[in-house]
Ligand binder design. Sequence first.
Ligand code: EPZ
Length: 430
Amino acid sequence: MEQYVIKGGNPLVGEVEIGGAKNAALAILSAAVMTDETVTIDNLPNVRDINVLLDAIREIGAKVDRVGEHTVKINGSFIQNLTVDNEFIRKIRASYYLMGALLGKYKRAEVALPGGCNIGSRPIDLHMKGFRALGATVDIEHGMFLASAEKLQGTHIYLDKVSVGATINIMMAASMAEGKTIIENAAKEPHVVDVANFLNSMGANIRGAGTDVIRIVGVEKLHKTEYSVIPDQIEAGTFMYAAAATKGDIMLKNVIPKHLEATTAKLLEIGCEVEEFDDAVRVVASKPLHHTQVTTLPYPGFPTDMQPQMAVVLGIASGTSTITESIFENRFKYVDELTRMGANIKVESNIAIINGVERYTGARVNAPDLRAGAALVIAGLAAEGITVVDDIYYIERGYENFEGKLAALGAVIEKVSSEKEIKKFTLKVS
Ligand code: EPZ
């Protein structure tokens, strides 16, 4: 088991390059098997969830060539096995994208039910509803999600709840259905648009992605393409909030400022300066931070994936802030850990009431999930003394070289794997 060990107190200063969006890339890699021609995908983040999905794609018979750290070539013409199941794929949520991709192309798929971060009950009823509406028979048996159809027929689907996963999955299957599909109350997240752009570059006919009505006219075949994944708005947001918490000054390169609007708006509200460039954003936190109210909402609202990082910043801002989590019901599990670092946060139902404290103090804490883990690292960077973050496995699911990028900004952080190394670090820095 590896840990991050951090000596807090240094403002983060300098430039950081943001990688490709994990959640867009997971869907795009799945969609890549929908053609028999070779697809090249660039700007992939080199993180665990991506590598697990690539292994699963390889296991069903597709040819996967890692031609560079961030580039892969996939050829789906060799697929013989429509059953996706291994101990690793069960751990990632995005395994469900192979359902839409395989069902669309082969009209059949069997995929182990998804795991992912434990941030609340994560049903897939809307995915099932969409596949059924397209004419598929859908079942769950022995932990497997089974879907099959003689043919998929375009249809009209209303999503009862805005769901990124269901929108993308239905969009993929409908791309190879007969006739026209309309998805209403669709998710508008940048990665929904990115997946639509990717599919269109393969010859799909998808219009309206980025609005709440998506129209898809099915095509018989998709073809080869070369595509670059959009920058990761959550990785970017995490560094922006790390700048705020440490009173730093960071220039983030390779971002799309428009995708960061909600994240940026909250930083401005609490007293940071944010300067936007074409593909960069600079965050300067030179003034005292103050409280605000935040509610997580589907895009363009404040992202649930930035909620723990925001809480860490508000925990050391003056006054009382509230965060209402409206997407996932179990996303405050980090609060107990942050309390161990001196935070004063009370959770009532889906609202965290945060009374800002002067500073955090270093402690030993556990990363309960991906984003909360990153948030605890930010707390450690801002804290007085030494923080050890356990279970960084979660963080590595979604952040590439997190410790390296932070260290390049002046953070004192190391990845270690034993108590001896923790002691060594402590002696070195004190
Ligand atoms: C995606 O999860 C992301 N995961 C999550 O990223 C992110 O938190 C979430 O979208 C919201 O933005 C991936 O892209 C792999 P949803 P997803 O379907 O698609 C309910 C991260 O840290 N719902 O948009 O699973 C659901 O319970 C993570 O990178 C249903 O009720 O989320 C939730 O309340 C973790 N039925 C809401 O919709 C369904 O069939 C939104 O979930 C599907 C969802």
